[in-house]
Design a protein around this ligand. Sequence first.
Ligand code: ATP
Ligand code: MG
Length: 429
Amino acid sequence: MANLLHAPRGTLDVTPDQVYKWQYVEQTARRTAATFGFEEIRFPTFEYTELFSRGVGDTTDVVQKEMYTFEDRGGRSITLRPEGTASTVRALLQNGLAGGPLPLKLFYLISCFRGERPQAGRLREFHQFGAELFGAAGAAADVELIELAGAALKALGVKDLRLELNSIGCPTCRKDYHAALKAYFKARETELCDDCKNRLERNPMRLLDCKVPTCKAIAKDAPVVTDYLCDDCKAHFEDVKARLTDAGQTFVLNPRIVRGLDYYTRTVFEFVDEAQGLTVCGGGRYDGLVSELGGPSLPGLGFGMGLERLLILMESQGCAFPPAPKGLVYIGAIGGPASQKAAALARTLRAAGIAAGTDLAGRSVKAQMKYADKQGFAYAVMLGDAELENGEAALKALRGDGARTVPLEPETFLAAVRDAAAQSTIKEG
Ligand code: ATP
Ligand code: MG
């Protein structure tokens, strides 16, 4: 029973007084994605485990240490998605989307699950705005994708982000780089953590992403990938940089970015908050992933933007949120007939799309008015026997002064409420 009132570590509730911020971020992401021609895709919260071990890479921390994996009742291994790219590729292959018009531009708003040590901006269930673009090999696509991430961040008013950029090449040029890395780390093998000793043969680039301090220190002086790019990868990278400059997007080169997922090729990037060092968005190109998962040879690229981290930044930078939507009219009542009249009037307003509330608890006038005020209603009207008899009541503005007499016949009541709302700055909820 001890944990009955505690959500599992690393998860967050979003209470009604905060949820409008999430809705604003999600709406802004959706709207920005639409202006870039990205369409929403939805896919399941869990997949067969192999999708992620193959897609994300079984030498990554995500797969080796962070996945929520369990057997279902049929004895199959299931994993809660740690990210969205592998699922997107699976869904596009299963639904034949690669056979449709290309490039295919998709986005999603999803929860992700990783069993990490919780801390500020690091949760076990977190949320991402993600975008994926398939069927475009040229640098124009890399830049459009980065511009989408930048435009969403800008629309939300997030400032002082640094775009860090790197190219990690393709399997061809990576052969030499892997050899150089192996030679470098081999010389200091005894100092490496057990995971890294293991990774050394299988995937030496993973050592650059190890979080163990001794490994990090050794990795600091390791050979950098950009010294090993083949001519094609170099040309692609130059094109990306030139187009970013043309787009007015500043960036800094960071040859140490390798990203935590195995599928990346060529361009990788991160948007990093300068003040807190928080990476809010990460992504890159993954030209080998679709074929790795059994599909055709189809270039792809994408990013994931962490919404919890985004909200942390927006709060700390004092970014503006639109006001939380509130009810327009509270229709209080004392006594049974008045309560029924209030319900009827609320029904009329709601049918017209106006947010209205009534008393459901049989409370005093004072308690009802207090409730209306706390709930943030713009107006309140109180019905009793006298009002019913006269066929009119006083509509009071709860923010600021002002009252007007309104008729209680439903259609004229609706018209009077609309008129009052139109004359004030308060908009219909
Ligand atoms: P990090 O290096 O910070 O662990 P990552 O390389 O694991 O990030 P990605 O897998 O690329 O991150 O995910 C993209 C984005 O999702 C990150 O930039 C971050 O904003 C967010 N994110 C990743 N893991 C978490 C987490 N555990 N909690 C909250 N947000 C996360
Ligand atoms: Mg991580």
